[in-house]
Design a protein around this ligand. Structure first.
Ligand code: ZN
Length: 330
């Protein structure tokens, strides 16, 4: 995905729309972006190219949200879409843009009754949180409320055509969302590093991203208007995305899905619940030297020290530390 990264990059959006010669678009966004006026501003700047705003998407987007979004894309005869929001908005938009070009519903693809076989409507992804990196990956995580399943849907045809990453848009990100999505970035980095499919390039990206999170997440959490910390967290998010898009995520993410689905724990917070334990577990045995060296390069004494630091950060940001605090009765 071509990435355009930088503060105030959102101002380039009208030029990008001209370049692609798009005519009719849907702005897929979050209710918060509609309330704060950012969605309307983008619509106004599109020279009439954006025909409507769709914002009926809940956190942990459902198959139904996606079908409703498809309906809006079809109704306005869209030839493109812009997704402006956090991971939920981007994930929903990616699948909706594909399903809108088929005669099926989202469920058919979510349950793998049909494969994803072609590119959908072109989507420009504009993230407003530093977390999922959905703007540069081929994965969407959706929830099927009927079956009670939250699961990722991945395909080479789900990539957005363009990622416009403007850290200024993350300044309004609420504190708890900053905490949870920042921990998600850390999970992407560490899981990409210990994941079986890791390679030298993903190792590089994972290490750079993890370092940025350890140095900037608490600053962004305690001082939300600190632009430098916000820029660094955006950079960490995209860089970790480059790593896990190739390696995929691992055990901490796998464990997070039922925590989110059944106990309502936000995605990043759910991933971070088991992340230090899996880091420690992977520090024993075959990978021990790599993980120890990684931890030391980041300024920690050893792997255990790095894992403990994650728990300290979670405590500082009032994230759950135990399975009981996550609401699970044992
Ligand atoms: Zn994640």
């Amino acid at each position: 995905v071509p990435i355009d990264f930088g503060a105030d990059k959102i101002k380039d959006l009208p030029t990008i729309l001209e370049k692609y010669k798009f005519q009719k678009g849907l702005l897929i966004s979050a209710p918060s972006m509609v309330r704060n006026g950012v969605a309307q501003k983008i619509m106004d700047a599109s020279n009439g190219k954006i025909k409507a705003i769709f914002s009926n998407i809940q956190p942990n987007p459902t198959v139904q949200n996606t079908d409703d979004c498809v309906e809006a894309l079809v109704e306005h005869k869209c030839d493109f879409a812009i997704a402006l929001g956090g991971g939920s908005i981007l994930d929903c938009a990616k699948v909706a843009c594909f399903v809108a070009t088929t005669s099926y519903t989202t469920e058919v693809y979510f349950t793998k009754q049909q494969p994803i076989t072609h590119k959908g409507l072109p989507l420009i992804a504009v993230p407003t949180t530093s977390g999922t990196a959905s703007e540069i990956t081929n994965v969407s995580v959706l929830t099927d409320t009927k079956r009670g399943i939250k699961a990722p849907l991945a395909s080479e045809f789900l990539y957005p055509i363009y990622a416009l990453v403007d850290p200024m848009l993350t300044l309004s990100c609420p504190q708890q969302v900053t905490a949870s999505s920042g921990l998600d970035v850390l999970a992407h980095s560490l899981e990409a590093f210990y994941g079986k499919k890791h390679q030298p390039y993903t190792d590089l990206a994972a290490e750079y991203a993890a370092k940025l999170v350890f140095e900037n997440l608490l600053v962004a959490y305690h001082a939300p208007n600190n632009l430098e910390a916000r820029i660094n967290m955006s950079l960490a998010s995209v860089t970790a995305g480059m790593a896990f898009n190739l390696t995929q995520t691992a055990a901490a993410h796998a464990c997070s899905y039922p925590l989110t689905q059944n106990f309502g724990v936000p995605h990043g917070e759910a991933c971070a619940l088991t992340l230090p334990t899996f880091w420690k577990l992977n520090s024993i045995g075959k990978e021990s030297k790599r993980l120890e060296a990684f931890s030391r390069r980041l300024g920690f004494e050893d792997s255990i020290d790095l894992a403990n630091r994650i728990d300290e950060m979670k405590k500082d940001m009032q994230m759950c530390l135990t399975i009981e605090e996550a609401g699970v009765k044992t």
